[in-house]
Design a protein around this ligand. Structure first.
Ligand SMILES: [Zn+2]
Length: 294
């Protein structure tokens, strides 16, 4: 199944749905960052969560998720935005791409132990005005529940979130996710029925590896609710880095560091932590940047 985000609602019941397939995206991030299977699960869940939260984005808006925590993975980040009217661009990284721990007692990647305790930060950047930021302490540190807590507490929309990444030593087999939200005035019996269906639902990765696309994931959870389809968008790995941004970061190091780097070697490489692209600077260029330190 190609990567895709779909959204729909059940207007009579007051329920909104969004679902994603992100197998190719998570596979690309695994390859770009040489992620261990555990890091693939963690980065894959957070970036898939960013795509789910990007379902309502317009224009140049952007959603950024960051987890700051004390576990061995050392932090995670993901951004999602509209590349164009048909496609969501997304990127993500972790500080420790090779993190490895034993499977948990359910036989799954122990993302909670990799993260430890900390907090999830969600930032929405709008075209105009200040960005909106919400922070929730990590609850289960399995990421899906933490995003649900953020939506329910910070955005005041009762939400259930499922995220799954099935990764092995040879690659990503399936990845995807689902969010169900009770809108104001939602029909309580419909919400109770959805909770029952959610508990009985097979894991998202099982549905995706069985051939389900994003629309099928929504139908799977919605049962016989009458649905109105909304958006259907492609999902693609992308980055926002540029030579200018790397130059600003280098200028931020200060005159002393730049002059030292310029004297130590003829060429300095600075790589983007999100996409791995390497930007190359000569010592003359570094000296020129040091003259621009304000
Ligand atoms: Zn980049």
């Amino acid at each position: 199944m190609p990567d895709r985000l779909s959204t729909a609602s059940a207007p009579a019941a007051g329920i909104a749905f969004a679902a994603i397939v992100t197998t190719d995206l998570v596979g690309e991030m695994r390859d770009r960052h040489d992620l261990s299977p555990l890091a693939t699960a963690a980065v894959g869940r957070l970036t898939s969560g960013a795509v789910l939260l990007a379902a309502g984005l317009k224009g140049r808006e952007r959603i950024s998720l960051q987890i700051a925590s004390d576990g061995p993975i050392g932090g995670l980040a993901a951004d999602a935005w509209l590349l164009n009217e048909h496609t969501i661009g997304v990127r993500g990284y972790t500080r420790n791409p090779r993190v490895d721990l034993p499977l948990n007692e359910c036989g799954k990647f122990d993302v909670a132990a990799a993260l430890g305790s900390g907090s999830l930060h969600v930032m929405k950047t709008h075209d105009v005005g200040r960005p909106y930021t919400g922070v929730v302490p990590l609850h289960t540190a399995e990421i899906a529940e933490d995003i649900a807590t953020y939506l329910t507490r910070s955005e005041q929309i009762p939400s259930a979130v499922a995220l799954g990444v099935l990764a092995g030593p040879s690659g990503v087999v399936a990845a995807g996710g689902l969010v169900v939200q009770a809108l104001p005035g939602a029909d309580e019996s419909a919400v109770a029925e959805l909770e029952r269906r959610a508990r009985a639902l097979p894991p998202v990765t099982q549905l995706v590896s069985g051939g389900a696309d994003a629309d099928a994931l929504i139908r799977e959870i919605a049962g016989d609710l009458a649905l109105r389809e909304h958006r259907s968008l492609g999902v693609a790995f992308a980055c926002l880095c540029s030579r200018e941004k790397v130059e600003s970061a280098l200028i931020g190091l200060g005159t002393e560091d730049l002059q030292r780097m310029a004297s130590e070697r003829e060429r300095t490489k600075a790589s983007c932590e999100y996409c791995g692209h390497q930007y190359d600077f000569s010592s003359e260029e570094l000296l020129d940047l040091s003259s621009r330190v304000g």
